[in-house]
Unconditional design. Structure first.
Length: 164
C-alpha cells in the first residue's frame, strides 16, 4: 500500500465547505428564533416588548446557550487556521466569500445577547447576555481569514516577481 497523501486542494475545499456550514448556523438559528417568536410568542421578540396576539409559547421561544456560540466560534477559528495555512491565490475568492457568513455569525451572537440573554448583566431595562463571547471568538476567525487572504495574495505576488 502506498502512503496516503492529503491533497492541499481537497483540504482547502473540505475546510471551506465546513467553515461555511458552521458560520451560517448562528444566523440560521437567529432566523428560526425570530420567525418562531413572531408566530408562537405572539410577535414578542424581546423581553421589553409585549405580545401582540395570542401566545402559544411564552417568550423567549428558546435561549441559545453561550457555550454553543463559543464552541461554534472556536470551530470557525480552527477551520480559519486550516484555510489560511493552505490558501493560495486561486483560493482568495472562496475565502472572501466566507467573510459575509462570518460577519453574520458575529451579528447573530450579539443579537442573541440582546434578544434572549443567557446569563449576562442588566442595565436599566436591558439585559445583555453572555452570548457576545461567541461574537468575540468568531471575530478572531474573521481576522485569521483576512490574514490568510493577505498572505495568499503576497505568496502569489512573490512567485510572480521571482518568475520574471
Amino acid at each position: 500500500m502506498s502512503p496516503s497523501r492529503t491533497n492541499p486542494r481537497s483540504v482547502q475545499s473540505i475546510a471551506r465547505v465546513a467553515y461555511a456550514v458552521v458560520a451560517v448556523l448562528p444566523p440560521a438559528i437567529l432566523i428560526v428564533f425570530l420567525v418562531g417568536s413572531l408566530f408562537f410568542s405572539g410577535g414578542q421578540v424581546s423581553a421589553t416588548m409585549d405580545p401582540k396576539w395570542g401566545v402559544v409559547w411564552a417568550y423567549p421561544l428558546f435561549v441559545v446557550p453561550t457555550v454553543l456560540l463559543v464552541a461554534l466560534g472556536a470551530v470557525l477559528v480552527v477551520l480559519a487556521i486550516i484555510l489560511a495555512a493552505t490558501a493560495r491565490d486561486a483560493d482568495v475568492p472562496g475565502l472572501r466569500g466566507l467573510l459575509g457568513p462570518t460577519a453574520a455569525s458575529i451579528v447573530a451572537a450579539v443579537g442573541f445577547a440582546l434578544l434572549a440573554p443567557d446569563g449576562g448583566t442588566r442595565s436599566g431595562d436591558v439585559t445583555f447576555g453572555d452570548q457576545w463571547q461567541g461574537a468575540v471568538v468568531s471575530s478572531v476567525a474573521l481576522v485569521i481569514l483576512l490574514i490568510g487572504i493577505a498572505v495568499a495574495r503576497t505568496r502569489s505576488e512573490d512567485r510572480q516577481s521571482t518568475a520574471r
